[in-house]
Design a binder for this molecule. Structure first.
Ligand code: NAD
Ligand code: UFG
Length: 336
C-alpha cells in the first residue's frame, strides 16, 4: 500500500516507516520538523535500503495536505503528527488543542474528499485516566488531567463519529502505552529537545553523564516498591503493531491497546538498565509529579486476537537499544 505517514520524522513515526518499508509498503512522510530532524529521513532510507518521499508541511494546512493527496494515489494514512508534552499542554492549551485537533480534522476531511478510507491514529493510554488496571478497550474513559490527554480523547471521538456516519471509513485508534528503546541499528531513536520529561530518555542522559542523577517522582505509591508502574513497550514492537493494524483494518472504528500487558516500576527500570548496560544510574527520590498515577498497564489481548500482533522484545532489549542510540546520537546532531 501507499501510505502517508504524518509525523514520520518523529520518534514513533520513524520506526513505523522502517516497519512499513520492511513489510513492502511505500511511504510518504509529511512532517513540519517542529520536533524532529531531516537527518532521520535519510536514516530511515539507510536502514531499509528503500526510498521515502518527504514533504515538509504543516498538516493543519489543508491546501498543503490536499496537494499531497492530489499528487499521490494513497491507500491510507497513519497520523502521528502532534504535540505530546503533557506539562507544556497545561501551559499552552490552545497550541495543543489547535495543532492536535485541526491536524486530525484536516486529514479526515481530505481523506473523505479523495476516497482514502484507511486511517490509523496515534492515541494514548492517557485517555483511560485513573482507571482500574489492566486497562481494557471497553472501559468507560475517565477525564484526563491535562489538555494533551483531552486532545487524544477528542480526536478519538471525532474519528469514531466520522466512521459512524461514513460506513466505508476504517479507523484504528491505537492507544499506546509507554514506548521506549530504539531501532537496533542505533540509527534512529528518541531525541527530545532539552531536558527530557520521560523516564527512559532521562535515564540515558544520566548514563551518558549529561545529567547528574535521576529524580524518581515518589516512592510512596501502593506498588511493588512504591514507585510508579508503567507498561513499557519497545518502539519497534509498537511500530509493527501499526503494520498489523493497517493490514487488518475493517470498516468502522476499532480501538486497540498497544502494550505488553506487563507493569514495571521505575526502580525496576533503573535496575534492568544498570544490569543490561553495566552502568550505574544515580538517583534520588523526590516528591510525586502532579498528575501521575500509580499504575498504567494494558490488557493487550484484543490486539493479539484481532491483529495477530503481540510485543516480542523484552525490557533488557529496550534498555540496550535505548542506550545504543543515545551513545550515537551526537553524530546525528553534528550531521544536521
Ligand atoms: P514526536 O514529537 O517525536 O513526533 C511527532 C512528529 O510530528 C514530529 O516529527 C513533529 O515535527 C511532527 N509534527 C507535529 N505537529 C505537526 C504538524 N502540525 N504538521 C506536521 N508535522 C507535525 O512524538 P512521538 O513520540 O513520535 O509521538 C507520535 C504520536 O504518538 C503523537 O501523536 C503522540 O501524541 C502519540 N503518543 C506518543 C507517546 C509517547 O510516549 N511517545 C505515547 C502515546 C501517544
Ligand atoms: N519518572 C520519574 N522520573 C523522571 C521521569 C519519569 O520518576 O524523570 C516516572 C514517572 O513518575 C512515571 C514513570 O517514570 O511513574 C514513567 O513516566 P514517563 O514520563 O516516562 O511516562 P508517563 O507514563 O508519565 O506518560 C507517558 C507519555 C504520555 C502518555 C502516557 C501514556 O509521556 O504522553 O505515557 O501511558 F500519555
Amino acid at each position: 500500500m501507499n501510505i502517508l505517514v504524518t509525523g514520520g520524522a518523529g520518534y514513533i513515526g520513524s520506526h513505523t516507516c522502517v516497519a512499513l518499508l520492511e513489510a513492502g509498503h511505500s511511504v510518504i512522510v509529511a512532517d513540519n520538523l517542529s520536533n524532529s530532524k531531516i537527518e532521520t529521513i535519510h536514516r530511515i532510507k539507510e536502514i531499509s535500503n528503500k526510498d521515502v518521499l518527504f514533504y515538509q508541511i504543516d498538516v493543519t494546512d489543508e491546501q498543503a495536505v490536499e496537494a499531497i493527496f492530489a499528487k499521490h494515489a494513497l491507500d491510507g494514512v497513519i497520523h502521528f503528527a502532534g504535540f505530546k508534552a503533557v506539562g507544556e499542554s497545561v501551559e499552552r492549551p490552545l497550541h495543543y488543542y489547535y495543532n492536535n485537533l485541526v491536524s486530525t480534522m484536516v486529514l479526515a476531511k481530505v481523506c473523505q474528499h479523495y476516497g482514502v478510507h484507511r486511517f490509523v491514529f496515534s492515541s494514548s493510554a492517557t485517555v483511560y485516566g485513573e482507571n482500574e488496571v489492566p486497562f481494557k478497550e471497553s472501559m468507560e474513559l475517565l477525564p484526563t488531567t491535562n489538555p494533551y490527554g483531552e486532545t487524544k480523547a477528542m480526536s478519538e471521538r471525532i474519528l469514531m463519529d466520522i466512521a459512524h456516519a461514513n460506513p466505508k471509513f476504517s479507523v484504528a485508534l491505537l492507544r499506546y502505552f509507554n514506548p521506549v528503546g530504539a531501532h537496533e541499528s542505533g540509527f534512529i531513536g528518541e531525541a527530545p529537545n532539552g531536558i527530557p520529561n520521560n523516564l527512559m530518555p532521562f535515564v540515558t542522559k544520566v548514563a551518558k553523564g549529561e545529567l547528574d542523577k535521576l529524580r524518581i517522582f515518589g516512592d510512596d505509591y501502593n506498588t511493588v516498591d512504591g514507585t510508579g508502574v508503567r507498561d513499557y513497550i519497545h518502539v519497534m514492537d509498537l511500530a509493527e503493531g501499526h503494520v498489523a493494524a493497517l493490514d487488518h483494518l475493517d470498516e468502522g472504528a476499532h480501538i486497540y491497546n498497544l502494550g505488553t500487558g506487563e507493569g514495571t516500576s521505575v526502580l525496576q527500570i533503573v535496575k534492568t538498565f544498570e544490569e543490561a548496560n553495566g552502568i550505574e544510574i544515580p538517583y534520588e527520590i523526590v516528591d510525586r509529579r502532579p498528575g501521575d498515577i500509580a499504575y498504567c498497564y494494558a490488557d493487550a489481548s484484543k490486539a493479539q486476537k484481532a491483529l495477530g500482533w503481540t510485543a516480542k522484545r523484552d525490557l533488557k532489549a529496550m534498555c540496550t537499544d535505548a542506550w545504543r542510540f543515545e551513545k550515537q546520537y551526537q553524530a546525528l546532531v553534528d550531521m544536521k
